[in-house]
Design a protein. Structure first.
Length: 1130
């Protein structure tokens, strides 16, 4: 077997990413003398025959594989070759020469592998059929090496024909490999060449003494030049073989040194749950892959596989129980390693913190229940960046390690990291590792190079974990066998090469842990990277000093994924609200005796978790995937709505709604602080109301309201209400009564200027720009004078960073990428078709701006509510562009060197300048609900309900709204789009202005339900759960997975150590702090103090905390037997 050829995965990845991969850190390598280099090159040339100059034909051909076919009219390929989406035939005759560069091929085996591909939905696997001498020998996807000739004889001829069917976009052909397998009875020249090259890469890194290094490098040169190429030139093969054996023996003195180092081979099969195929197709891919892996385990006792994603195993359990049972056996043996711990490998930029927790809760519980394995390794190798709080989420879920290879795709800067600690803002750390790749074979020279990189980046390290496997989960048996056998070849103790073993990733970390120093470690982040301050201390204690990376892990690539497929992004965001609110209300109703809909909610979470798989969440999948996703989200919404409705009806039945006359309307607030805000309600009056109605609060005073519409037939009013101080995780009862009562409003409207007690906002009637956003209390203008606020900007957006061959038809990653220079082709939407006031009520004023540009229509409702310090912008866009990026821009008066962005369970500061390559590469960044630009005196928060892409440059903050890519979904984002964002100018910093709370309020709505008038044990206004102080946010409240407790989860967002005080329904008999998996947390030093209905918890800065409350007595009399204390009644 040739030692030089690798299993080539997805051709597009290899070809189009090549410029990026070339930036990987490179160790020093010994440069052979010219004579030695000539020997290495000559030896390396013996492993493949010339396979250039193929003929091709586009379109159907009858019997295109026939040796008798006349192909005189066919054209000749010039590599790299790109063809149309039509059928494609490729043909070439291979003739065995007497010698190859002088080497006698008689008796050698000849194999064949071709590099072809074609992009397109439904053809993510590049289907091909291969014929030898007119006979079909293989067909399928990602075909690997096939035997062409068992025992070669000079003059043997074989016709190779390759057929590719219709594809969605261009096909490409990068060449073919007709490789030589050397006879085992003769020395292998390419293996010797590989030993030379591998040693040349390693010696300068592992030998520190210059004299010793020079001596060993001289040994390499001497061994190489002792090979008698002259023997080949005079056709004396035996003499050449003898010289090669002698040369190999000359390398023996290097063996003890090289054997001190160790390369472990860890198998993986990266499977995308949905991408260029749907979930239903992925089931078959998983079956094929898992079956192939099991076959390899039967054939090769050395082989191990590390495989993530609980969803895949559930598919096997349900559909292929035989496969599942054998996997259970291999897991028990320790050869099949369960990694990841999540339901799938999700996006980790845009998923909310609680969604990440649920990925782990679903995944880890499944692995524990079905395999009795507590997964410890966070395996998320292909997502497009990783948020700063992930180490804390991992650590508090029982995950101690993290693996990804994605950062090798950075387009500007390479992180100087291989093995390192990754730290969250709270100080949580996970030991992390960047393998060179996951889609690769076991090529010895490449592994040696990566080992040298590891040693250079982590002085003292002697081990390399080499993760190998095919792309996209197609674990072709032939390809797997090739990698395994190549690994076995290099594990031979006689090889002049580091030790090689097949092992699991956990074995690697187990070996490394005792050798890692825990003191004197440097802390790095993007600031130190930009400053070039990434130096490790000298290895003084014999241990490895690893750097601590105390920052997010930002992928300098695929920045368009924060915006592509806007409806998917909207579903991701809103499903957080649906499910978390449903759990909160259902938990309270469970205390009342209502059955908790745990099974249904778990199924809804599974659907949500699946559709946060990284390619789906990123907007880079085919249209059919999003059609499936919409069905899943609709079902999750139905489940959540049903659970919420049942729970609120149960809770409402315990409330005394008869304290005042009128029709009761119960307003529920799911958030953990009292809030005032807007809520829509419908109320049916039993009698005619010719004089209208009013709505009274719990204090019997009228609530500010606005009638949106009235159904005269049913006497039903559809209302906009503004209740004040609705209690935290609680309610207030309003009453609708006949007759209109006057309520004072602070709203005013003058032309295109709206104002309330907090703000005055002025629009330019010609452009629609917000020219003034004035804070009255601060006496501060937020918009830079003379500039246009809320300017809609469009940019040519081709995502061409992977279009390396100047073919306009190749847009293989436009859904992924935003061009670095996209800002050069900007068109601003400064003309309005109309501007008009469409609402002018006591509670809401709305000025509507309509624009027409290109093929699209833009309608923006600039909305100001009474007594509210925010301006909402409600967007309805009919979008029909192609390769256009749409942003909303805000030039601000307040400035800062950094802007702050919300990330899962926290926030992060990023530079507003582009003064170095690190900051310049982050020209588009992810955020969740808000971003803020300002200082300690003034600021501006831009809050959204479904967007994730932002940028800040100087004093300009922008939100990315829409994109229009073609690949892989040519319909992406076209059509109607509805979304909102809110402008929140404020005094002081974003922390002082409670931006976090305002953003939650914008995303988590209050609910209003008309109910019957009746007595009850609960008062007319009540907080059922309260969490103080306000730098804490309750994110989740649910019944525990073991079924007997109430789980509360909250986090600290302001960076302050805090004593949390929780007011809860009385009756809890025990409180304990747990990890995120709801297991008692032995790592925490704090113990919650429970006194009646008061709970105290110590909370660290930026910490995520989880508390379990045991309520042994529940039922219909729960609220009666446990009167709420008066200090918790408003």
């Amino acid at each position: 077997m040739s030692a030089k050829h690798s299993i080539l995965g997805w051709i597009a990845v290899f070809i189009l990413y090549a410029p990026l991969l070339a930036q990987s850190p490179s160790p020093n390598s010994y440069q052979f003398s010219a004579p030695a280099q000539a020997v290495v090159q000559r030896l390396s040339s013996f492993d493949a025959l010339d396979a250039r100059d193929w003929q091709y034909h586009e379109g159907p051909v009858e019997h295109g594989e026939s040796p008798d076919l006349d192909t005189s009219s066919w054209k000749t390929v010039q590599l790299p070759f790109y063809a149309s989406p039509k059928e494609l035939w490729l043909r070439r005759w291979i003739e065995i020469p007497k010698t190859l560069n002088g080497y006698d091929l008689t008796g050698t085996g000849i194999t064949f592998k071709i590099d072809v591909g074609g992009f397109g939905p439904g053809r993510g696997y590049f289907y091909e059929t291969i014929y030898f001498n007119g006979q079909r020998v293989d067909e399928g996807t990602y075909l690997t090496r096939r035997t062409l000739i068992e025992s070669a004889r000079p003059g043997d001829k074989v016709l190779i024909a390759v057929h590719m069917p219709l594809t969605y976009e261009v096909k490409h052909f990068e060449g073919a490999f007709v490789a030589v397998n050397f006879l085992p009875t003769r020395p292998d020249p390419t293996a010797f060449a590989t030993e030379l090259v591998s040693a040349a890469q390693l010696l300068p890194t592992i030998i520190k003494d210059p004299a010793e290094l020079a001596s060993q490098e001289k040994l390499l040169d001497s061994a190489a030049t002792s090979v008698s190429l002259a023997s080949l030139d005079r056709n004396d093969q035996p003499a050449f073989d003898a010289s090669l054996i002698k040369a190999q023996a000359a390398l023996e003195p290097l063996k003890p040194l090289l054997k001190k180092f160790f390369i472990q081979l860890t198998g993986d099969a990266h499977i995308d749950a949905a991408w260029l195929w749907t979930a239903s197709e992925a089931v078959d891919q998983v079956r094929y892959t898992f079956s192939s892996a099991l076959q390899m385990m039967r054939e090769y006792p050395q082989y191990t596989l590390s495989q993530s994603s609980a969803q895949y195993y559930e598919w096997m359990e349900e559909k292929f129980p035989g496969i599942f049972a054998e996997i259970q056996k291999r897991v028990k043996e320790g050869r099949w390693e369960l990694v990841g711990g999540m339901w799938v490998e999700p996006d980790l930029n845009m998923t909310d913190g609680e969604s990440q927790v649920r990925q782990l809760l679903l995944g880890k519980r499944y692995f524990q229940q079905k395999f009795n394995v507590d997964v410890k390794i966070g395996w998320n190798v292909d997502s497009f960046g990783y948020d700063w709080q992930l180490p804390q989420i991992y650590k508090k879920s029982g995950i101690d390690y993290f693996i990804t290879q994605k950062l090798r795709y950075n387009d500007t800067n390479q992180l100087p990291l291989k093995l390192f600690w990754w730290q969250s803002p709270d100080g949580s750390r996970v030991l992390s590792y960047f393998p060179h790749d996951i889609v690769q074979g076991t090529e010895a020279d490449e592994m040696a190079r990566d080992l040298a990189v590891a040693i250079k980046l982590n002085p003292g390290q002697q081990e390399l974990m080499h993760v190998y496997g095919p792309s996209l989960g197609r674990l072709n048996i032939t390809g797997a066998r090739e990698s395994i056998e190549n690994g076995i070849h290099w594990s031979n103790p006689n090889r002049i090469y580091p030790r090689v073993e097949f092992r699991t990733s956990q074995s690697f970390f187990n070996d490394m842990n005792p050798r890692i120093s825990t003191s004197g470690v440097p802390v790095w982040n993007y600031k130190t990277l930009a400053a070039g301050d990434t130096h490790l201390p000298a290895q003084l204690d014999g241990k490895i000093h690893l750097p601590v990376w105390n920052d997010e892990i930002y992928l300098e690539h695929h920045r368009g994924t924060f915006t592509s497929q806007a409806i998917q992004k909207s579903n991701m965001r809103h499903s957080d609200e649906w499910l978390l609110d449903a759990e909160k209300y259902s938990s309270l109703a469970w205390l009342s005796g209502l059955e908790y809909p745990g099974k249904q909610l778990t199924e809804a979470w599974k659907k949500k978790a699946f559709n946060e798989f990284h390619d789906v969440a990123a907007g880079t999948a085919i249209a059919a995937v999003y059609q499936d996703a919409q069905r899943d989200y609709d079902e999750a919404h139905r489940i959540a709505n049903e659970a919420t409705g049942d729970a609120l009806r149960e809770l409402n039945s315990h409330i005394n709604t008869a304290a005042q006359p009128g029709i009761p309307i119960v307003i529920w607030n799911p958030l953990s602080w009292d809030r005032s805000g807007i809520v829509t309600a419908s109320v049916q009056m039993p009698q005619p109301t010719p004089n209208g109605i009013s709505v009274l609060g719990a204090d019997n005073q009228p609530v500010l309201m606005q009638v949106l519409s009235k159904d005269e037939a049913t006497n039903t009013y559809h209302l906009l209400l503004q209740p004040r101080n609705v209690p935290s995780v609680g309610y207030t009862v309003l009453h609708a009564v006949p007759g209109q009562r006057k309520v004072t409003s602070d709203l005013a409207l003058h032309g295109t200027t709206m104002e309330n007690a907090f703000l005055r906002v002025t629009l330019d009637p010609k452009t629609g720009c917000i020219t003034s956003l004035y804070q009255k209390a601060e006496k501060f203008e937020s918009i830079m004078p003379g500039q246009c606020g809320n300017k809609l900007e469009t940019f040519v957006d081709t995502g061409r960073s992977l279009t390396e061959h100047n073919l306009d038809s190749i847009r293989v990653e436009d859904a992924w990428n935003i061009d670095k220079d996209y800002g050069k082709q900007e068109t601003d939407l400064m003309a309005v078709s109309s501007i008009e006031t469409i609402e002018r009520g006591p509670l809401r004023e709305v000025i509507r701006i309509t624009r027409h540009w290109s093929k699209s229509t833009f309608v923006q409702d600039i909305t100001l509510y009474a007594a509210t310090p925010q301006v909402d912008v409600v967007n309805d866009i009919d979008w029909h562009e192609t390769h256009v990026l749409l942003k909303a821009s805000f030039p601000l008066t307040a400035t800062s060197s950094t802007a702050t962005y919300e990330i899962p369970y926290g926030s992060i500061e990023r530079s507003t300048s582009r003064n170095n390559s690190v900051d310049a590469a982050r020209f588009e960044v992810p955020a969740l609900r808000w971003a803020d630009l300002g200082n300690n005196e003034h600021g501006f928060s831009l809050i959204n309900d479904s967007k994730y892409g932002y940028d800040a440059l100087g004093n300009v903050l922008r939100l990315s709204l829409l994109r229009a890519p073609l690949y892989p979904d040519p319909t992406a984002d076209r059509g109607h789009q509805h979304f909102s964002y809110s402008l929140y100018p404020h005094g002081g910093s974003w922390k002082q202005a409670d931006t976090v709370l305002r953003a939650y309020e914008f995303n988590y709505k209050m609910q209003a339900l008309q109910t019957e008038s009746h007595v009850g044990d609960l008062p007319a206004q009540q907080s059922l759960i309260r969490v103080t102080p306000q730098n804490l946010v309750l994110t989740a409240m649910k019944k525990s997975e073991d079924g007997n407790s109430l789980i509360l989860r909250f986090y600290e967002w302001a960076g302050k150590d805090t004593q949390a005080k929780l007011t809860i329904p009385s009756g809890a008999t025990k409180a304990s702090e747990t990890d995120l998996m709801e297991r008692d947390d032995s790592a925490t030093s704090s113990h919650p103090s429970l006194h009646g209905n008061e709970l105290g918890v110590d909370v660290g800065a930026y910490s995520i905390n989880t508390v379990r409350l045991l309520y042994p007595t529940r039922g219909e009399t729960f609220w009666h037997s446990r009167k709420i204390s008066t200090n918790n009644t408003r």
